[in-house]
Ligand binder design. Sequence first.
Ligand code: SF4
Length: 368
Amino acid sequence: MDILKKFEISDPYEYVAHLKKATGKRVLAYMCSYTPEEIIYAAGIHPFRIFGQVEAISKADAHLQAYSCSLVRGALEDALQGRLSFVDGAVFPHTCDSIQRLSDIWRLNAGMKHHFDVVWAVKLHTDSARKYMYDVLVRFAKELKQSFGITLSDDTLQKAIATYNEIRSLLKTIWQLKSDNKSALTGSQMNAVIKAAMILDRDQVVSNLKELIPSIQLPPQTEKRKRIMLIGGICNHPDIYDYIETSGGVVVWDDLCTGSRYFEGAIATDKEPLRAIADRYYERNICPAKYRDYYTRAETIKTMIKTHNVQGAIFLYLKFCDPHSFDYPYLKEALDEVGVPSILLELEQQLPSEGQMKTRLEAFIDMI
Ligand code: SF4
């Protein structure tokens, strides 16, 4: 499928640097799906998600302990090595401790002109938290305008909301098509499509996704391989999907921030725009760095398992990620209760050897 080539980005940094040169758009980098991208896009700035590319860390180790996750260390390394020189600034939403501390280090050392902290509430279960989330966005929009000397109207925000609602809804449709028919897309292709939606020009993303759908609209098919769900933070390892597929499984859904947590939940179009955006971030499926109550996340995952006929789950964590690790015991227990076997894979920026990965995956998938 030629259209899939439009989602293959061999060097995201080169792509965004080129986009900036061609359009004159300024670029704001981010690392977390709690970043209010819609406002950045409405401001005429290109939001660009960093996944931390480097393999060898040297400069970042002067600022971060070696037991920080590889996303945080890799992103800082890229900034300190000058690989992000085309980026005008960065946005740090209040999520895990590592991202928060990275914000301080980044502000002092990355040499970027613009820097924003979006200090969301942690507990998302009260009316005061909902109101506070709105106040946070009002402040962010104000800081963005002052820092870049731009205006931001309700009209441009509404247009951005429409674009993001369309991207998220198209991504969900594509994931569902892949879940229904293995021939629609491979797991690594799906991973590339979702990541590209966080890197490419967003208008281009809309047209690419629309172009992709007709070519993968195949009738639902009975799946003989074991239906697997991924649970975790980011997945920057397309190879994982290939290993699962060649070990007798197929990923049919996920609870990842490079997956369903990114696209679930539309923004209301009948409210004041900033309030509507804040409400989506308040209501969306939480990640473990947020709290709603003791059971919501497990219940959400159990619903996904039922909806997508999941037979086994793979917890895919970045090594040293505390929030996900803290959630693991109770999530595993919740899956055990409903009879869904699971396995925990802790990864770094570089995967263990193919043989090692496949041995573990084959053993797990065989016993489902
Ligand atoms: S992987 Fe975990 S520790 Fe790293 S940035 Fe994400 S939530 Fe934070």
